[in-house]
Design a protein around this ligand. Structure first.
Ligand SMILES: Nc1ncnc2c1ncn2[C@@H]1O[C@H](COP(=O)(O)OP(=O)(O)OP(=O)(O)O)[C@@H](O)[C@H]1O
Length: 241
């Protein structure tokens, strides 16, 4: 689905990404973990075509997409809902931009995120978790196959975050999209992902790739298990260098 080959990028004279190579298979959930400020959001800007890499190639479904916009679903760290638009109007936005409004799908998405009765509410009338669900529904409404989610649960409290992780997986069971996910939480990455890339601090490149070996449906119950904790410790040690 996505193959980034030997990407390099700099802001002015500062090298942010250097020879970064990684891939995401169709239907996979892949997480990126790296130190704060290492360049993860910048990588999403490159994949989304906002910036062009200085060197290297980004392939989406086999096609070179350096600098091409509008091909991925993107959800930023904060929900970025438009405060003057209702929940339904916010979800509809990506379809409006694509010029193809599908009222039936919007209705289904509202049901799927459990917010049908909030369709005409405004963002400030919702909790943080509800706002993130609306932002995610807006990303899903765009029908893009690859979803790039930039630390979507970072601002939520622990309980809401845990609910949202389970909720995200249940939605993806039905929606079958491919996800590239940025998180600072090693536990969250293990709970959600098929594979995890640990990244180096600037300039950013892949330090190590981990496959998560546990069946997804049992992961929440296995959080205290020896194998789970060992993997978590190994990734944390890798992050600390
Ligand atoms: N437009 C810009 N011009 C110059 N430097 C920038 C610009 N945007 C970001 N940076 C710098 O590039 C580095 C990487 O930023 P980026 O936001 O990609 O990191 P990140 O890994 O996503 O951080 P975090 O995990 O804290 O969200 C940071 O040091 C940041 O200050």
């Amino acid at each position: 689905m996505l193959y980034c080959e030997q990407l390099s990028f700099r802001y002015q004279t500062r090298q942010i990404i250097q020879h970064l190579t990684f891939h995401v298979n169709e239907g996979e959930f892949v997480s990126l973990i790296g130190p704060s400020g290492s360049g993860k959001s910048t990588l999403f800007y490159l994949i989304g075509g906002l910036y062009e890499p200085e060197e290297g190639t980004i392939y989406l479904e086999g096609e070179r997409v350096n600098g091409k916009r509008g091909l991925i679903g993107y959800m930023p760290q904060t929900s970025s809902l438009f405060p003057w638009r209702t929940v339904e109007e916010n979800i509809r936005l990506s379809q409006e931009l694509e010029g193809q409004i599908d009222p039936k799908q919007i209705k289904q998405l509202l049901e799927r995120i459990g917010l049908s009765s909030y369709a005409n509410h405004f963002p400030h009338q919702l909790s943080g978790g509800m706002q993130q669900r609306v932002a995610f529904a807006r990303t899903l409404a765009s029908k893009k196959k690859l979803l790039c989610l930039d630390e979507p649960f970072g601002a939520l409290d622990a309980l809401t975050r845990s609910e949202m992780q389970r909720w995200l997986l249940s939605i993806l069971e039905e929606e079958k999209r491919t996800v590239l996910f940025i998180t600072h939480s090693v536990e969250e990455a293990i709970l959600l992902s098929d594979r995890i890339y640990v990244l180096t601090p600037g300039p950013m490149k892949v330090k190590k790739e981990f496959h998560v070996p546990f069946p997804r449906e049992h992961r929440w119950d296995q959080r205290g298990n020896k194998d789970f904790l060992e993997l978590r410790e190994e990734i944390e040690a890798m992050l600390l260098g």
